[in-house]
Design a protein around this ligand. Structure first.
Ligand SMILES: Nc1nc2c(ncn2[C@@H]2O[C@H](COP(=O)(O)OP(=O)(O)OP(=O)(O)O)[C@@H](O)[C@H]2O)c(=O)[nH]1
Ligand SMILES: [Mg+2]
Length: 649
């Protein structure tokens, strides 16, 4: 089917959907579980950045599919049913192509979820509210669509809202959470639950005089417990709506037409002229109100937003929980599972990038100067940190820090490995070079010294041979400079052994000068020490640079987190105030007081900021320590000259 139609996100096991033809059929058999459609997940994963999920739920055959696509001018993306049987089964998804921005300028993608009628399954006597539960878990805005204005007694039929407290867990704890825990959780649902909009269709009756709008009517008549004393379930349902959801709005639409032909074909071009003007106006007003409620979907953790990819992961996790008897989906553990998976994946991808960047630059090129290897390392770090950052967009610094530390450690170990390999190859090559140079420049003189014309050899000639080795080594040695210097220094005892064999002859030479030889060796020793310190310095410097990169990335993330947290906090406060005023109007004073107490305890923003601050302080301390080590190394006094016996060369 073309890309202009919704795809099922999740279907009951007795429904089939053909990806190729887009055909959907009811296969029969008992409904036992739900399954997720991969095609829809693919679409979700392709959404970059945050999503806002607008879901619609409510009784069957009440124009849900129609209004959802109409509210976003999306044409007929959700198929409408024109028969008495329920049309939509499971949850169908459409991604609005045009991106929107919230008040702070944050861009987001709107995902529409059209769900089956709430009574589609319950009509056969079962108590399956999995689809409704899933809709709540996934939505940022929930449109509850029903016909006519409900009375207080109608609220009794909405006990599935009440039951959400048993069907959803906010915090992860074992599946047999106590009633007390459930209650405690339910008091915090509003932090992740969607904004609740009650949309009433085919409303013909006028509002009572003392009600300015349908929302006021709801709060003062339908939700108000003082209206009657016996409606226990109704009271609880009303309280749950205001308590579980972060905001409440109500909206009414008149009937589209009195002509059944027009109503049935509401989507057809040819009947548009016959649609009631008041309905068309109402739909336009509804669109405006709905838009004002659209914000990126909040995750369990403040400051982290739900991306298309995150939503795809959550769908899988929630559906699996809903399909497992005795398991209740947990918002916290689902989010933590996603964050863990995402960060682990990002780390693995970054590690792969690091490995191939290093190998492509270094394989077959060793031995070479350690600084060159460090430059390659820095470029590789740069590349993989950028990738790690893009992969973990939306995940806070606090959540990704651990994985970033592991990644940094991996790269530091990687560098260690490359440097060690480089040292080994440097040693191997220097060893051979020194042997060749000695053979070429010193051995012929020594042979001459012990030969028949040994008397013609001068000590200056021997020193010349040494200088030729030194020069040749300087010109041709490759690899880590400290290792080269060390190899050259370590070559002296070997030469000394050789010299000792010729001691008798040497001492007879007119210009034999022991101090000159000693000076040569001391020079080599100092050179070795200098290179060693340089190397140590470069190592610390490299460590500092890497830590600085890591800190820079975390700082960028934290800055983002701080901005988002502050915005969320502001929006939260506003929503809380509004909802408390709703509670007051609905005469739910107890509930309002409870909420007030929760707000008082709400320390999240402060705590998160504090944690962020602490982690940065720790990293700063590490940097200061590194800096101290670098300074101490630079100011280290020169090493004492070696003690020991007579050195000839
Ligand atoms: N009376 C009335 N009919 C409507 C309205 N909006 C759409 N319809 C018609 O109602 C019928 C069902 O519309 P759908 O949008 O498929 O309703 P639904 O709630 O999605 O139905 P299910 O998916 O089967 O639960 C169609 O013939 C629509 O043209 C409305 O506001 N009032
Ligand atoms: Mg429908």
């Amino acid at each position: 089917m073309s890309g202009s139609c919704a795809v099922p996100l999740c279907l009951p096991n007795n429904c089939r959907w053909d990806e190729q033809t887009g055909e959907y059929s009811k296969a029969g058999g008992e409904r036992q579980s739900l399954y997720v459609v991969e095609k829809a997940l693919e679409r979700l994963r392709s959404i970059k950045g945050p999503v806002c999920v607008v879901s619609i739920a409510g009784p069957c055959r009440k124009g849900k599919s129609y209004i959802l696509s109409k509210a976003f001018d999306q044409g007929e993306v959700f198929p409408l049913g024109h028969f008495l049987d329920p049309e939509t089964m499971g949850i169908w998804m459409w991604v609005v192509p045009e991106k929107l921005k919230d008040a702070s300028g944050q861009e987001f993608t709107v995902v529409l979820l059209d769900s089956e009628g709430i009574d589609a399954v319950t009509s056969d006597g079962s108590d399956d509210h999995c689809i409704f539960t899933l809709t709540i878990l996934l939505a940022s805005v929930l449109i509850y669509n029903s016909a006519g204005v409900p009375t207080r007694t109608d609220l009794d039929g909405l006990d599935f809202i009440l039951k959400l407290s048993q069907r959803i867990q906010l915090h992860s704890s074992d599946s047999t959470a106590s009633a007390l825990q459930q209650n405690e959780d339910a008091n915090h649902f509003h932090k992740t639950f969607p904004f609740f909009i009650w949309l009433l269709r085919d409303v013909v009756l006028a509002l009572p005089k003392d009600c300015h709008n349908i929302k006021e009517y709801f709060l003062t008549r339908v939700f108000n417990s003082s209206a009657d004393s016996k409606g226990e379930v109704a009271s609880k349902v009303a309280e749950s709506i205001l308590n579980f959801f972060p905001g409440f709005e109500a909206f009414k639409l008149p009937p589209p037409s009195s002509d059944p032909e027009v109503v049935l074909n509401l989507n057809r071009e040819e009947v548009q002229g016959d649609v009631n003007k008041s309905f068309v106006r109402g739909v336009e007003e509804f669109k405006g109100m709905l838009r004002s409620k659209l914000t990126p979907k909040r995750s369990f953790r403040d400051g982290e937003y739900v991306t298309g990819e995150a939503l795809a992961a959550l769908v899988n996790i929630y559906v699996e929980a809903l399909n497992t008897p005795g398991t209740v989906p947990s918002v916290q553990s689902a989010w933590e599972t996603f964050v863990h998976t995402k960060c682990s994946e990002a780390k693995a991808i970054a590690m792969q990038i690091y490995q191939s960047a290093m190998s492509s630059q270094l394989d077959g090129t060793l031995p070479r100067e350690s600084d060159e290897i460090r430059q390659v390392q820095q470029a590789a770090i740069e590349e993989c940190m950028v990738r790690f950052q893009t992969e973990t967009a939306g995940v806070s610094a606090l959540s990704s820090e651990k994985y970033l530390d592991e990644l940094t450690e991996h790269m530091e170990n990687g560098l260690k490995h490359w440097l060690e390999e480089n040292n080994r190859l440097t040693r191997q090559e220097c060893h051979k070079l020194l042997r060749d140079l000695k053979e070429q420049h010193l051995d012929p003189i020594l042979r001459q010294l012990s030969g028949k014309d040994g008397a013609s050899v001068t000590f200056a000639q021997i020193i010349g041979g040494y200088s030729a080795i030194e020069q040749g080594f300087k010109t041709h040695s490759r690899g880590a400079k400290d290792v080269c210097a060390q190899m050259f220094y370590e070559f002296h005892p070997e030469m000394q052994k050789e010299m000792e064999k010729h001691m008798a002859h040497l001492q007879q030479l007119k210009d034999f000068d022991e101090t000159l030889a000693l000076e040569r060796e001391e020079k080599a020793r100092q050179e070795q020490e200098r290179r060693r310190i340089e190397e140590e310095n470069a190592r610390l410097e490299e460590e500092r640079r890497t830590k600085e990169k890591e800190m820079e990335l975390l700082r960028i993330k934290q800055e983002e987190d701080r901005r988002r947290l502050e915005e969320q906090f502001k929006a939260d406060m506003e929503a809380q105030r509004e909802q408390m005023s709703n509670m007051m109007t609905a005469n739910m004073d107890e509930l309002r007081k409870d909420r007030e107490a929760i707000i008082q305890q709400n320390q999240t923003l402060k705590e998160t900021m504090e944690q962020m601050h602490q982690s940065m302080e720790q990293r700063n301390a590490q940097m200061i320590e590194l800096q101290k080590q670098i300074i101490a190394l630079a100011n280290r006094p020169p090493p004492p000259p070696p003690k020991g016996g007579c050195v000839i060369l």
